[in-house]
Design a protein around this ligand. Sequence first.
Ligand SMILES: NC(=O)c1ccc[n+]([C@@H]2O[C@H](COP(=O)([O-])OP(=O)(O)OC[C@H]3O[C@@H](n4cnc5c(N)ncnc54)[C@H](O)[C@@H]3O)[C@@H](O)[C@H]2O)c1
Length: 360
Amino acid sequence: MGQERVRVGILGLGRIADLQCLGYLEHPRAEIAAVCDLDPVRAAERARAWGASRVHREAAALFADPDLDAIEILTPHHLHAEHAVAALEAGKHVALQKPPTRTLAELDRIAAAAARNERTIRVFENFSYYPPHRRAHELVASGAIGVPLSVRLKTAGGRPDAGWRVDLSSLGWRMSRETCGGGPTTFDHGYHCFQMARWFVPAEVERVHAFVHWTRLGDDAWYDGPALISWRYAGSPARYGSWEVIASLGMRVRSQYYVSDDRLEVHGTEGILWVNRCTGKLLEEPALVLYRDGETRAFHDLAVDWAESFRLGTRDFVDALLEGRQPHQDLADARKTLAFALAAARSEAEGREVGIEEMG
Ligand SMILES: NC(=O)c1ccc[n+]([C@@H]2O[C@H](COP(=O)([O-])OP(=O)(O)OC[C@H]3O[C@@H](n4cnc5c(N)ncnc54)[C@H](O)[C@@H]3O)[C@@H](O)[C@H]2O)c1
């Protein structure tokens, strides 16, 4: 692309926009030039705070804004395909929040629009940028635990009144399959976990099984946990992974953000890695620990604030546009993670093990 600056328009100014703006505001060659939200008060406040010169009421007007290079899409999931296709057709590059779409067919429509218009699109999945995850991944890739054999993930939802204040409107659309695409935890949050499962073991996921219990929180409000999702990787040696969701809804999870305690363990033929935190911070333990040859090494030199993953992810998008390269995550990779998430949902619905190839 080789341009001097990236002028971005942000569509959807809800909860996550607080973190998504950081990388743009801090990048010397980026600016948030325009914003758009259905809520005019919210839009005016954000524009003022971020120095955006233009406020659009309609997404179509944002896409038609000639002084924008890229659109950051932060709307509810049922709007992602419509918004991403329209932005690409208008000639904009696109950063689209995870999960990219509710179905593979929607994602394929976006891919076709990106190819037709020769625009860059990335799916933004922030766990891939979280510094302890990145360091763990570098260690795995350098052979620190031998050949990776298994990934075990754990998410514990905590007492809802601790942590970030999240508007009911921000939770409401997540409670409906129509607008969310699946469960608020097992599909929405799950996209991160399925991505980590694919990233740390370099093998295709072949078969998935999911137990999901829906815990009622109130009228039309549910937590899709406890849940236990397991999978088998293709090829040899035999490798399995699992993700457990715990509905510890009375537990206080220390967090500046969502009340979610996320942990990850990667076992290899010669060692083990633990990432002990992510969104929240339960204990004062090191964020990353490596065991090998009878020795334990703790990593204390990492940026552990969850917001850092958003900064780094957005910086990657801006730098990629400036350098004319594809930023992480491309649609081919996103399609695999989405198929994995949808296979888990089908397994839950049909009470059987599902092969990824069934998802199409
Ligand atoms: N990476 C993460 O960890 C993470 C965390 C939270 C949310 N997200 C993702 O970010 C996206 C947004 O989530 P959120 O929690 O900020 O949602 P939210 O409900 O808080 O905000 C959505 C915003 O979009 C606006 N909106 C809805 N329809 C619109 C339209 N047609 N035109 C213009 N504006 C419209 C709403 O008014 C609202 O301000 C989702 O894809 C979600 O999965 C990612």
